[in-house]
Design a protein around this ligand. Structure first.
Ligand code: ZN
Length: 327
C-alpha cells in the first residue's frame, strides 16, 4: 500500500488526538473561563476594545476545539481503515523505541520509502520496454495457438496437413523448419527420430481411453482414473498433436517415451537446439502445476523461431507466455 508522508503525519496526529479524547472537556472549560474573565475585565476595567480582542481569540479557540476535535477523531478512524499498515507500523516503531521522537523516525522511514518508490518507478519502465518488445507477438498467430485442458481445440480450427514422410503428418507450415532441424541433427551425428507427430481426434481418443482402462483396472475410481490419465495422455481435443504442431521424438538407443530420453544425446541436443528451429520443450520439469502434464522430455511444440527463443530465454511455458504477454 502506498502512503504519502502527509498521510502518515496526519494519521500520527489523529492517533495522538484519539489517545487523549478527555482533552476536549478541559479545553472547552478553559475557553469558557476565558470568556467569563474577559467579561469581568470589561466590566471592571472599562477597557472594552482590548478585552474584546482577547474574548474573540478565546471564542475562536473554543469553537476550534469543540468542532474540530470530533471531526479529527472521525478522520482517525477512517485513516485506520484506509491505512491499517500505518497503524501497525506506528505500533512497531513505538514498541521498538518508545522514547524516540516519533516524527523524526517517521521522517527517516519516509525518506527510505521515497527512495524505494524511486527505484520502483525505474523498474516498471524497464518492464514496459520489455512489453513493447513483445508487442510483435500476435495472439491470433496460428503458431502460438494454446491448446490444453482449459483451452480445447475450437471446432472451426483448420490447418493444412502436410506429409513428413510415409504416414507421418504435421501442419504443412512447419515442415521447412522441422526438416531443417532433422537435417542439422543428422549432420551433427545425432540420431533424431520422429515417434509421433499429427494425430487425429479418433487416435487421441483411443490413446486416452486405453490409459483410462489401465487405471480403472487397477481399481481407481472413474474420477481418479481420469485425473491421472489426463496428466499422462492429453484429453481428446486438448492435444497439440491434433493441430499438427507437436512432435514426439525418440532415438534408436532409447525408443520409449519416458524421462530417460532426457539423458540421451538426442534429448540433450534437442533441448539445446530446438529453439533455433522454432520448437520448445512444451512440458518441462517443475512446471507440471502450470501445464497440467507430466515432464515430457520427448514432446516438442512448434511456436515459431521468435517465440521459441523468447520462451526459452525466459524459461516460461506457453501457458505463462499467454498469461503474461498475450492477454
Ligand atoms: Zn506428445
Amino acid at each position: 500500500m502506498k502512503k504519502t508522508f502527509q498521510e502518515r503525519i496526519l494519521f500520527w496526529k489523529n492517533r495522538k488526538t484519539k489517545q487523549y479524547p478527555w482533552l476536549r472537556l478541559p479545553i472547552a472549560a478553559i475557553a469558557l473561563l476565558c470568556i467569563v474573565v474577559c467579561r469581568i475585565g470589561i466590566l471592571a476595567a472599562g477597557n472594552g476594545k482590548k478585552w474584546m480582542s482577547v474574548g474573540i481569540a478565546c471564542c475562536f479557540f473554543l469553537i476550534n476545539s469543540s468542532f474540530c476535535y470530533p471531526e479529527t477523531m472521525q478522520m482517525s478512524e477512517d485513516a485506520g481503515e484506509k491505512f491499517p499498515e500505518v497503524y501497525e507500523e506506528l505500533d512497531r516503531l513505538r514498541q521498538e523505541d518508545p522514547d524516540t521522537d516519533m516524527l523524526e523516525k517517521i521522517w527517516k522511514e519516509n525518506q527510505a520509502y521515497l527512495e524505494r518508490e524511486k527505484e520502483e518507478q525505474i523498474a516498471p519502465k524497464e518492464a514496459a520496454d520489455e512489453t513493447d518488445e513483445t508487442n510483435s507477438f500476435d495472439k491470433n498467430d496460428w503458431r502460438l495457438t494454446l491448446v490444453n485442458k482449459q483451452h480445447t481445440i475450437s471446432e472451426d480450427y483448420e490447418f493444412p496437413l502436410g506429409t513428413i514422410k510415409g504416414n507421418l503428418q504435421c501442419d504443412e507450415r512447419i515442415l521447412e523448419d522441422l526438416n531443417a532441424m532433422l537435417k542439422a541433427a543428422k549432420e551433427e551425428g545425432i540420431d533424431l527420430n520422429i515417434d509421433s507427430p499429427y494425430r487425429d481426434y479418433k487416435t487421441q481418443k483411443y490413446l486416452f481411453n486405453r490409459k483410462m482402462e489401465k487405471y480403472l483396472s487397477k481399481g481407481y475410481s472413474y474420477l481418479e482414473a481420469y485425473r491421472v490419465a489426463s496428466t499422462v495422455v492429453t484429453v481428446p481435443n486438448a492435444s497439440e498433436h491434433q493441430i499438427g504442431l507437436a512432435i514426439d521424438f525418440n532415438c534408436k538407443s532409447h525408443p520409449s517415451l519416458n524421462e530417460g530420453f532426457a539423458d540421451t544425446e538426442t534429448g540433450k541436443w534437442l533441448r539445446e537446439h530446438c529453439a533455433e528451429y522454432g520448437f520448445i520443450l512444451r512440458y518441462p520439469k517443475g512446471k507440471e502445476y502450470i501445464t497440467g502434464i507430466i515432464y515430457e522430455p520427448w514432446h516438442f511444440r512448434y511456436v515459431g523461431k521468435e517465440a521459441a527463443e523468447f520462451l526459452t530465454e525466459k524459461e516460461i511455458t506457453l501457458e505463462e507466455f499467454w498469461e503474461e504477454y498475450l492477454n
